[in-house]
Design a protein around this ligand. Sequence first.
Ligand code: SAH
Ligand code: SF4
Length: 460
Amino acid sequence: MPQFDQSEYINLAAEVAAARARGAKPLACTHTYGCQGNVSDGERINGLLEAMGYGFTDEPAEADLILYNTCAVREHAEDRVFGNVGALKHIKRKYPDTVIALCGCMVQQEHVVKRLYDSYPYVSLVFGTHVIHRLPELLYKTLSGGKRVYELSCEDATVHEEVPVRRDGDIRAWLPIMYGCENFCSYCVVPYVRGRERSRDADSVAAEFESILAAGYKDITLLGQNVNSYMRKESGVSQFPQMLTRLDSYEGEYWLRFMTSHPKDCSAELIEAMANSKHAARHLHLPFQSGDNEILRRMNRKYTREKYLSLIELAREKMPDISITSDVIVGFPGETDEQFRNTLDLIKEVGFTSLFTFIYSKRRGTPAANMEDPISDKEKSDRMGELLKLQESIAAQRCAAMVGSVQRVLAEKELRQGVLSCRTSGNIIVETEADASLVGTFLDAKITEAKNWILKGKVN
Ligand code: SAH
Ligand code: SF4
């Protein structure tokens, strides 16, 4: 396993960054778009910047380094980044020494790189998802040379350990256990921009987990595009249930979550491991994408509606209080009204706690981009409206049914004086009246009121 070794570049970059800083110390303004995987990368980027002596600011105009960690899953996310980068031009004009950098999934696409190179000359550092650990070297080259640095090579098979991390919060933590994806769902750009699937070594994951617990985090999410195939390539069978059991064995009160779980690989063994564990949250995020078998086939999802429903049934049989959340795509190319109704029907049948909803977005280079799509945008957004209405009423009913119950919650932050925002094991937000000193602790809250999908509670 290659170890992280950039100490020389960290020192060199720190020296140049300090010399060029506008203030007493160099300041970075970093922003991450997209999924938790990207958030976790962003925390490593910030860890590296901190090691190079950077402080942090939310104000781009104050920063010596502005870095956007981008997402490519939908076109809308890309448009936003181009818009935001365009808006930085005036800062660069006023402070020519500011380094503007872009990284993440979006820059792992050739057409994006070309557009950046041709039309955004003031972006001086661009690096891909495979070389994050080399940020000190790349930043040093950018700061010390006069040329733009573009580093997009794919060191696919390698996982670099011991990259410093600067976590965003102090209660919830993200822990990547694997990178990449090779499921090639026909609509999705992730396998092209994140590369082949590779798992982190189990001891490294456990060591990082221990350090997260030691730092006082209480709600830890294991990350991967398909955590159910953890170590499958390396050892022939998935070792995710074993990993869950291993991480469950530590002392203390904490919750263990994971995402994402692909239904094609979600096994009875995993559900069993969750049911038998002390710390696994009663929450399963299991994206179904569509409730129609023909659409699922054309999405290359490799499971059927029936298989999906049987997994939900099994999970509920073993854990009656489990909360199920999911992802769904509306308007996949050629989706008929009847096929869309099958999706609505599945949503009714399962009764999800919450849904991440997406209107299909055409992604260059994916098989779905070449599929006929006679459905209008208006029709797609009408369908989305109908779906959202249905889900809102389901979520409201589920929340109303919880009134009167007592829920174990983790207090996450003070919303306003004397009111805390808390989260249940099933990932539902509960607002409780309690003192700010209780943030970061587990409480028993009696649910007194449901306002749509937000619960109000009183601490016992
Ligand atoms: N690996 C995860 C999902 C990662 S992407 C899984 O398979 O469950 C997160 C979500 O974005 C997907 O679940 C899907 O619902 C949505 N998504 C991905 N590509 C999309 C596209 N081209 N258009 C619309 N939504 C998309
Ligand atoms: Fe994309 Fe499918 Fe991989 Fe998820 S499993 S990241 S949807 S290709």
